[in-house]
Design a binder for this molecule. Structure first.
Ligand code: PHE
Length: 337
């Protein structure tokens, strides 16, 4: 029995020392429940009482020795595996990174941000209103009753008889005044809709920016000063403005406002079609009827309002000759801004 034990020991150690030794298989083979060592121990019953402790001790020593060797081998296998993993996952920080293409701000968003910055700088805040609007706010509260002819120039898309896609940002005026007592000083940029066919200067969806100031003692002089400041900041220090009489049902008096052509300085060129002036917005003093409908006393307060088309400003500023470029999402076009 002693010989068998020593044989098991030398075989096991030799097997463990061999290259590519499968440690787990060897552990089962020699130390497992059905392993060789266990089989020997089972035969101990046949030994004499004198032999038993001697062989028992030897069996324990053999087991301990094989266990120690297995322990050692599996530890070094783990280290080797870790080393191999580290080698495989080596990180080369000098390899150039993957470039993430940078987007650009759309020219409409760009100009809208400039507008916001200019007016925020003059103490305005930004107000928003819904694009799906009541007929009441889009027209009636702006002094345009149901059968008013001014509706013809602002035909839009109707959801129901009383709900429509807003044709202008002016309904935000009424919404703000209804909920706020003066002083009021807001701009309201946003999308508007009209039932227009698409061409180089028209689109059924476009953008406006409304402005509204209501307080005690607001005059047309304030409107002029504000718009002049705006024009100089947007188009350049040398820009001049001019007011031409016009009609809007919700302002009185009303005006269309031109800026001196910033391409030719007013001499006349292709951009201003030889005029020297370019129309950029509509404006006027808020009509007393509108103030009254919004619960603001026109005997105490007065105000001015203006509304400009964002597309128009973008096209003028960046010399874009066709409005459709702004909606087609051609990356070659958009990358230029
Ligand atoms: N809402 C008008 C339009 O779309 C512009 C405007 C706004 C005019 C405010 C006067 C005052 O044509």
């Amino acid at each position: 029995m002693k010989d068998t034990l020593l044989k098991i020991k030398s075989e096991a150690l030799a097997a463990l020392a061999a290259e590519n030794a499968d440690i787990e298989t060897l552990r089962i083979k020699y130390l497992g429940k059905k392993g060789e060592l266990t089989a020997v121990l089972r035969g101990m019953g046949k030994l004499t009482p004198e032999e038993r402790p001697v062989i028992g001790q030897l069996a324990n020593d053999v087991r301990a020795e094989i266990e120690a060797e297995i322990e050692k081998m599996s530890a070094s296998a783990k280290t080797a595996a870790l080393e191999a993993k580290l080698k495989a996952e080596k990180l080369d920080v000098t390899v150039p990174g993957t470039k993430i293409p940078m987007g650009k701000c759309h020219p409409l968003a760009l100009v809208q941000r400039q507008l916001e910055e200019i007016f925020l700088g003059m103490g305005y805040s930004i107000a928003e209103g819904p694009e799906v609007e009541y007929d009441y706010y889009n027209f009636q509260a702006l002094n345009i009753p149901k059968d008013h002819p001014a509706r013809d120039t602002q035909d839009t898309f109707y959801i129901t008889e009383n709900i429509l896609l807003r044709s202008q940002t002016s309904p935000v005026q009424a919404r703000v005044m209804e909920n706020t007592q003066p002083p009021i000083k807001i701009i309201s940029p946003g999308r508007v809709y009209r039932s227009d066919a698409v061409d180089a200067t028209h689109s059924p969806l476009f953008h406006q920016c409304e402005g509204l100031v209501v307080d005690k003692g607001i005059t047309m002089g304030d409107l002029k000063g504000t718009l002049e400041m705006f024009a100089k900041t947007m188009f350049g220090e040398d820009t001049r403005i001019r007011f031409r009489p016009h009609h809007f049902p919700f302002t009185e008096p009303s005006a269309e406002v031109d800026v001196s052509c910033f391409a030719c300085g007013g001499k006349g060129c292709r951009l201003c079609k030889g005029e020297g002036w370019i129309e950029i917005l509509g404006a006027g003093m808020v009509h007393p009827n509108v103030l009254r409908m919004c619960n603001i006393d026109p005997e105490v307060y007065s105000g001015f309002a203006f509304g400009l088309g964002v597309e128009r400003i973008v096209m003028l500023k960046y010399h874009i000759d066709d409005m459709r470029h702004l909606y087609e999402n051609d990356i070659r076009f958009l990358h230029q801004f």
